[in-house]
Design a protein around this ligand. Structure first.
Ligand code: ARG
Length: 452
């Protein structure tokens, strides 16, 4: 019968396994069955195949689903193998399933169908991470910590301000993934090889049966374009980059005993008995490299591909699967590590003023009392080299201004500015670290999270 003809055509020769995507297509086995069901139902509704043939095909597809991917006959890919299996069960009429379509629109539909699900899962992990970060923030609006630029002590801030900073970045990652999702969620089915079909198909109906929001209009675009893969992989790579920074921060904080990871997210040494290592976060950090590599591989594969279908596309798809799996897992681990970590408030407070991190606040105070900011900067810079305390400020003021510090500013206010907690409390500009400013950020972030 026909099935034999099809299998003979995939002789493959020495290139057989190189050509075949059957194993990689395990990922879209269920999707292909759904696409087959929707297509054959639409064909029957349109009077293109007989109802009883469609019924037999649907029955066969159910049996194939029960048997699973491992029981498929050999084939160049899952589409061909499932079709062969249908024909084996239904007879030659099973071959009517492939009326008015091609594997080109079929595979594009399967990828979008499955990727939709995977991207939703990735989006959910971004939401879980945001929630974990906001929970940390809610608990630590008053937990003073050192803030860094160039990894040097810069200005004191709070754990809440730090956590909200990552929450904001992850929220944009969520948005990028949601946008990619909208463009994934369009059906290419019915584009056929690229040139449409003579049959009176109903593309909207097939799309609706598969839960797509609409159709990719142009049939050549529908079967050939993979910008949705690129966009999704890029959005995931961007998220992985955010995760890598978060992981790096926590690794550094663990190094300084500012934070203690839960045992579930730490690892030990096979030789050094005392060790507790942040391995999970190091792996999260590394996933950004894999994701960036996939973007590069995918971009290079797609670059310069002519219309319409080219087999290169078969190797494009795997980049997206690998990326969505790795980044989703990294996001889950990051969320778990953040949610279960213990912040060492005493160690953070002890170091919040390290490296004269209140210097900017003192300069701001002098400037607020009439000194040009540049002159204030100079006074404090000299004090920074001579003890970084009130006495050093007094001496520097005499030196630069030729007058006592008290003639410019109230000594009590200077003492406050030198205190890390007061320094944080005074920086209450919008988006700043002062507890009430962070409380506003938290509230807005909670609302945005609930809406996503
Ligand atoms: N397995 C192919 C892919 O993943 C789909 C089949 C299209 N093959 C073809 N020779 N036109 O892209």
């Amino acid at each position: 019968g026909e099935g034999v003809v099809r299998r003979d055509r995939f002789s493959g020769g020495p290139a057989r396994s190189f050509l075949s995507s059957l194993e990689a297509d395990r990922r879209i086995f269920e999707a292909d069955l759904e696409v087959d069901r929707a297509h054959v139902l639409m064909l029957a509704e349109q009077g293109i195949v007989e109802d009883d043939v469609a019924g037999d095909v649907l029955t066969a597809l159910d049996a194939i689903e029960v048997d699973g991917h491992d029981s498929l006959p050999d084939g160049e890919d899952v589409h061909e193998a499932i079709e062969t299996a249908v024909i084996e069960q239904v007879g030659a009429d099973g071959g009517k399933m492939h009326t008015a379509r091609s594997r080109n629109d079929e595979v594009a539909t399967c990828i979008r169908y499955r990727l939709r699900e995977d991207v939703l899962e990735a989006i959910e992990t971004t939401l879980a991470l945001r929630e974990a970060l906001l929970d940390v923030a809610a608990e630590h609006t008053e937990t003073i910590m050192p803030g860094y630029t160039h990894l040097q002590p810069a200005q004191p801030t709070t754990v809440a301000h730090w956590a909200c900073s990552y929450e904001g970045a992850v929220a944009r990652d969520t948005e990028r993934l949601l946008e990619a999702y909208q463009r994934i969620n369009q059906s290419p089915l019915g584009g056929a090889a690229f040139a449409g079909t003579t049959f009176d198909i109903d593309r909207e109906r097939a799309a609706e049966l598969l839960g797509f929001e609409g159709v990719v209009e142009n049939s050549m675009d529908a079967s050939s374009s993979r910008d949705f893969l690129l966009e999704t992989t890029q959005a995931l790579s961007t998220h992985a980059t955010t995760l890598s920074g978060l992981a790096e921060d926590v690794i550094i904080f663990a190094n300084r005993s500012f934070v203690d990871l839960a045992d579930d997210y730490a690892s030990t040494s096979s030789i050094m008995p005392q060790k507790k290592n942040p391995d999970t976060l190091e792996l999260v950090r590394a996933v950004a490299g894999d994701a960036a590599g996939s973007v590069q591989g995918l971009t290079t594969t797609l670059k310069g591909l002519p219309r319409a279908y080219n087999r290169d596309l078969q190797r494009a798809t795997t980049h997206a699967w690998e990326t969505v799996d790795a980044v989703t897992e990294a996001g889950e681990v990051a969320a778990g590590a953040v949610a279960t970590a213990d912040w060492n408030e005493a160690a953070l407070a002890a170091e919040a003023g390290e490296g004269f991190s209140t210097a900017t606040g003192v300069a701001d105070l002098l400037a607020a009392n009439g000194l040009p900011f540049r002159t204030a900067h100079e006074v404090v810079a000299i004090a920074a080299e001579n003890g970084s305390n009130y006495d050093a400020l007094e001496a520097a003021a005499e030196d630069v201004l030729g007058e006592p510090l008290e003639s410019y500013v109230d000594p009590g206010a200077v003492e406050d500015a030198l205190d890390p907690a007061e320094s944080v409390a005074s920086r209450d500009s919008r988006g700043g670290p002062a507890p009430e400013a962070v409380a506003e950020q938290l509230e807005a972030a909670r609302e945005a999270l609930a809406a996503d």
